[in-house]
Design a protein around this ligand. Sequence first.
Ligand SMILES: Cc1cc2nc3c(=O)[nH]c(=O)nc-3n(C[C@H](O)[C@H](O)[C@H](O)COP(=O)(O)OP(=O)(O)OC[C@H]3O[C@@H](n4cnc5c(N)ncnc54)[C@H](O)[C@@H]3O)c2cc1C
Length: 388
Amino acid sequence: MDQAQLVDPHTEIRDEVKKLCARFPGEYWRKLDEQRAYPTEFVRALTEGGYLGALIPEEYGGAGLSLSAAAAILETVQAEGCNGAACHAQMYIMGTILRHGSDVQKKTYLPKIASGELRLQAFGVTEPTSGTDTTSLRTFAKKEGDHYVVFGQKVWTSRAEHSDLMLLLARTTPKDQVTKRTEGLSTFIVDMRASLGKGLTIRPIRSMMNHNSTEVFFDNMIVPAENLVGVEGRGFRYILDGMNAERLLIAAECIGDAKWFIEKATAYARDRVVFGRPIGQNQGIQFPIARAYAQMRAAELMVQSGLAKFEAGQTPGEEANMAKMLAADASWAAAEACIQTHGGFGFAEEYDVERKYREARLYQVAPISTNLILSYIAEHVLGMPRSY
Ligand SMILES: Cc1cc2nc3c(=O)[nH]c(=O)nc-3n(C[C@H](O)[C@H](O)[C@H](O)COP(=O)(O)OP(=O)(O)OC[C@H]3O[C@@H](n4cnc5c(N)ncnc54)[C@H](O)[C@@H]3O)c2cc1C
């Protein structure tokens, strides 16, 4: 047993999640992948098990667990070959309502999110023209009496077709009328059930993997003023407040992916006999897997360091960013080693390697790309000039 497992306070959660995941084997995910369908039964099982409400405080019907417990849940989901991307956003999006929402919003939404009555899976930030340059987004929400009227477009809004609510970031003051470009953006809870067909259009995007991503169009969509989260114009700050938790949770998922690939690769390397001996006897096969394992363990320590800082009430910006990058790199190294170890069979759907390989690639780009993490480290940690 390794050191991390010796001190792991979440072994019970991991064991329970593992049992749940065993009900959703590779063939379940393969079929969904083929049909680009949503894992409704899996999401329901996670919700009923209380896992998606892990971070919602008990007073609002959640489990009131720590971020490291939530990370353990998502890591286990990935390590067991399942895909938390279908629902992981709910864990961190609801944090915006929890931290900045009104009492009424918290009482209205959080218990229903915890029970699964409402899904808050959609996060509308990225737009086609602004991309990573979030403060240049163009979706505009104009206040008219007791409501806002929203015009604009989002892209890559994952799970919008399978969510009841969306957390939307929109401009409420034009960029040229604010002193800082981070001001004048606001966050809204959009009830998509009420708006669909009434100013809200959702179009699925077929992509490399089954991620249920969409384009979302707002054309005169009405959002009640009471759905504004916190103070108008402070939305960007609210979104940033949730980024460290988001990055640490995604990093934990990447660690889980890396563990899955490493397990799968080593098992195959031991069993597959070519030239009269297991392929795993060749150092050319061993070394990439061993290297990926070392990378994964190092990244895991960074995730733990970020989680510890977060739970001590500090701001782990440096650790969360580095954890996300290192864990995504480790999972990608493990994915490469795994597909190479499998030779031709790595490309056959029934081994699940090619599917996981496609899924793991995303985390070099989303929710934040590696370049932007490196820019963060260069500027905010190392004190070099801002490059953009
Ligand atoms: C499957 C999927 C699901 C997603 N889900 C969501 C979601 O639910 N909600 C949501 O809001 N968004 C979502 N996204 C969007 C995702 O967060 C963005 O794709 C990502 O942040 C990159 O933005 P972009 O695609 O516009 O790339 P761009 O900003 O156009 O960047 C393109 C490339 O240029 C690089 N680049 C840009 N600027 C710089 C710079 N200054 N220095 C160095 N390199 C730079 C980037 O790193 C990137 O590699 C999703 C994306 C995908 C693919």
